[in-house]
Design a protein. Sequence first.
Length: 145
Amino acid sequence: MTRERMSGYFDALTAVGIAPETVPVWESASSDREHGRTAARWLLQQSPRPTALLCMSDELALGALQAARDAGLSVPADVSVVGFDDTPPAGVADPPLTTVRQPLVEKGRLAGELALTLLDGGRPSRPVRLDVELVVRASSAAPIR
């Protein structure tokens, strides 16, 4: 999953003429807020400072929001922050977090069915691709055109 998300981010950069190798990336050992805060703190010290932080989870993004506040930056005026999952805290964050919604209940149901199939000695079915949706909230600025 993480590789597919990164590939999607890099494809989007390439589509708008940005070479992915010119964009700083922080690989986090965990998807919790403190790791997000640490990663964002480092990323926001790079020159030039990023105008957006794309996080692999809402928890990382919520930590990034805190790092931006710690640095005295305004979200989204100085830096946009985007998460992934659309967990309940995303909608009540300050500011509410732009995120990519994935169908968490459906994902869990499919994982449970797979586990039962494997426990019964069956073979896994073909991979299933679930649809996602961009949920635009106040943590992201309008794109520059």
